[in-house]
Structures are given as C-alpha cells and as structure tokens.
Design a protein around this ligand. Structure first.
Ligand SMILES: [Zn+2]
Ligand SMILES: [Zn+2]
Length: 286
C-alpha cells in the first residue's frame, strides 16, 4: 500500500466553506468557460460567508494548489478542477436505485436473457443462472441526463478501459501499479478456462478479467469485432455480442495459457492469453 495519507486531502477539501469555494468556482466555470475567474467579493457572496476574515482563511488554505488568483479574480487550478470533479461524482452520497430491468441481450455464457440493476454505485448485469458480467462502478454523477441503457454503454467503455489499463499494470481507480496473474477458473463451462486476477498495490482494489474478455482488448481482435458490427467499446449490446462470439478453444496449465477464438460467420480471429498478456495469433482466415 501507498505511504501517503489520503485523509489529509479529505480534511482539507471536505470542510464546508472550502468545499463551497470549489463548488462555486466550478459552477461559474461551467456557465462561463471563457471567463472562469470570480472577483473576491462575488465569490464570497456566492459562498454566503459574512465573516471576511474566516472566508479569507479558508480561501488561503486552497490557494496555489486548488485555487489561483488572477487579475480578474479567483479561479480553479487544473488540480482544483479534477479534485472538484472527483468530489462532485458523489460516490458516497445516497441515490436512487435504477432497475432491475430486463435487457434485450443474451448471456454470453448460457444464452439466457439478462437483467441490469444500478444500486449503490454498482451496475450489475446477470442472467438467471448467476453468470455475472463484471460489475461496474459508476458514481451518481454518471446518471446525469442518462437512462439505464446509456449507463450500460458507459459501463461497457469502463469495463474495457479498466481491463486495458490493468493488463498494462495501471489501476483505473488510483493509477497505482497492478500485478495480474493468469489462473485457472473453476467455471462449470468451457467458456473461460482462465482468468487474470490481481490487486492494485496502492489502493488494493481487486481486478478480475476472464480470458475471453481480455482477448477483446487485443487491438486486432477489437478491430475484427468492430468490422462485424460489435465494437466492444461502442456499447453494451455490442460488448455482449462480441463476448458471445468468443470461445476458449485450447488451454494449458503449465504455464497457464488459453487460446480464444472470436467468430463471425466464416471469419475468425485468434488471441493467445498468457501470463505475459494477450497476443493476436495470425491465421490464414484472420
Ligand atoms: Zn448465463
Ligand atoms: Zn488502485
């Protein structure tokens, strides 16, 4: 785990007046992207603090790192924008559950219909047999102007991005280093004989990625699926179609490996999944 202290940031930005300063500057910036700065008096009025000394004290604590002073007034620094965006995502705020709703898509493993539910920041998609598409974390801000179908498309992109980053050794939650190992699964179907699993060495979050899902991250396989109308990043139904057309055709145990074929009609693409990563296997028909 990392040796920095995350609570220092929470204490600094979680205080009411300081949070309100970030919020007011962010709202002003959203409405006036070309003149982002707010004069001191206007900022204090928007934040609603009568005591100038107290307001000044809190503004000073944010200065330079999160808020900067310009000729036109105060504005967010880039770190200030990112920090507010992360706070505004509302991860720990209570919010409404969406669903469960039946999807117009079949389970890539057993072919039964699937159901989606968004609850407590997690989007879950599963079939009656409990085959679960990897759960996706989406903060409440993700629901802004989006319905469940839109959320599923955001989730598909997130799943692929998480997978790609983890395979490259990067945690999408904290950007810390990730180490994945390829291990045999105890799945009762031959669909996925192996899966990558591992932790972020900084925040500890657990990543798990079945071999067929990992194969879709391989650029040649992704391009092949896209040519057949199933770009895994384009939307959830495309991702499920691509997963449903993928199957494990060979696997080894020492060292662990798996060969995944994605088929559309007469055409196919072959990906080898090993501890080192995913590689396209050129074949005459790919
Ligand atoms: Zn299923
Ligand atoms: Zn992490």
């Amino acid at each position: 785990m990392s040796d920095h202290d995350p609570t220092a940031g929470l204490d600094l930005l979680g205080e009411d007046t300081r949070f309100a300063i970030l919020r007011e500057l962010a709202e002003h910036q959203r409405e006036h992207p070309d003149s982002r700065a707010l004069p001191f008096a206007e900022l204090r009025k928007r934040v609603g603090r009568r005591d100038a000394g107290n307001f000044n004290y809190h503004l000073k604590r944010l200065r330079d790192r999160f808020v900067e002073s310009t000729e036109d007034g105060y504005r967010l620094t880039y770190l200030g924008m990112v920090a507010y965006g992360r706070l505004a995502a509302g991860t720990y705020a209570p919010h409404d559950t969406i669903g469960p709703a039946e999807l117009d898509a079949d389970c890539p493993i057993c072919g039964q219909g699937m159901t989606a539910t968004y609850e407590d920041c997690i989007l879950t998609v599963s079939c009656p047999d409990g085959h679960v598409v990897p759960q996706n974390f989406l903060p409440p801000a993700a629901t802004t102007d989006r319905d469940l179908s839109d959320l599923l498309d955001v989730a598909a992109l997130g799943l692929l991005q998480d997978a790609e980053a983890a395979l490259s050794g990067v945690c999408t939650f904290c950007d810390g280093p990730v180490s994945l190992a390829l291990t045999e699964t105890d799945a009762d179907t031959g669909w996925a004989s192996h899966a990558y699993a591992g932790n972020c060495r900084s925040c500890g979050v657990l990543f798990r990625l079945s071999a067929p899902a990992a194969a879709l991250v391989e650029p040649a396989a992704a391009a092949f699926c896209a040519r057949h109308g199933a770009n895994p990043r384009a939307g959830f139904s495309e991702l499920l179609t691509a997963l449903g057309n993928a199957e494990t055709v060979a696997s080894g145990t020492d060292p662990p490996s798996s060969t995944v074929v994605v088929r559309f009609g007469e055409e196919s693409v072959r990906v080898r999944v090993t501890a080192e990563g995913v590689d396209h296997v050129p074949t005459p028909d790919s």
